[in-house]
Design a protein. Sequence first.
Length: 290
Amino acid sequence: MRNRVDALACAALIAALPFRVLAEDVERSKDHPAVKRYPGSSIAAFEEREFDAFPFPVSATAVEKAEGKLHRATYHFPQGASCLQILRNYENAFLAAGFKVFKGNQLPDAMDVDVSGDRFVTGIGQGKGGGRVYVTQLCGNDDPGFEPLGDLAVVEVRGMEQKVEVTADFLAGELEKTGRVAIHGIHFATGKADVTPESAKTLAEIGSLLANRPAWRLRIEGHTDDVGGAQANLELSRRRAESVKQWLVAKHGVGASRLETQGFGDSRPIAKGRTEEGRAQNRRVELVRL
């Protein structure tokens, strides 16, 4: 759908009345560019994080966690507006953007963060840039004579930028401490076992690790996400582990006898695989010290 985020931004402007703004926004706060505020609202609290997680309510008993760029704002809505009216506006906005919508009048216990409001509408879909977007608007405290208020949370799903370098010393420390380490810096062509060039730096560190510890032997384990059949994923993970071994042998002179390989397919997930970020965590190579 063309301009999905633009539709999401504009559709929230269909409120019935142009209410008076209640107060000035807190300093350095702002609306999310994809989700306009309900007319007449003001921002009472605000935070934005480069990478964080947030539990998005999808029923009275369940949440779906998303990781990525997080935007949160607490809005004071105008007097005279009801939570039903406010949340119906956002529901229509999310639907217009092509999002899948969840709503409810009670937050689940798994909502393990401090939030304002107990009624919610959550939208999950594709943003303008093609990435997955989660957004929820909460609302509460709309008894007559009171200003309704609620949190808006938006996560633009993305992987965390690795700012702590994965070095040979880091890998050695993890292997000495726990006997295994998961590595997400080794990448493969989609659906294939071909190691991509961006993996070279991480593989060079593994080569250095083995060069500095000539007595060590490792098992290279391949793991996939749950997209595709279990048997196909098992075979793919085996071939990927073998590709890593061949790279280390051919490019870093590691003795083939020092490396074993094994594939587990999608049988050992470390995150829920229903979301893109969960699948990204499950696609990994693990090193195990023998």
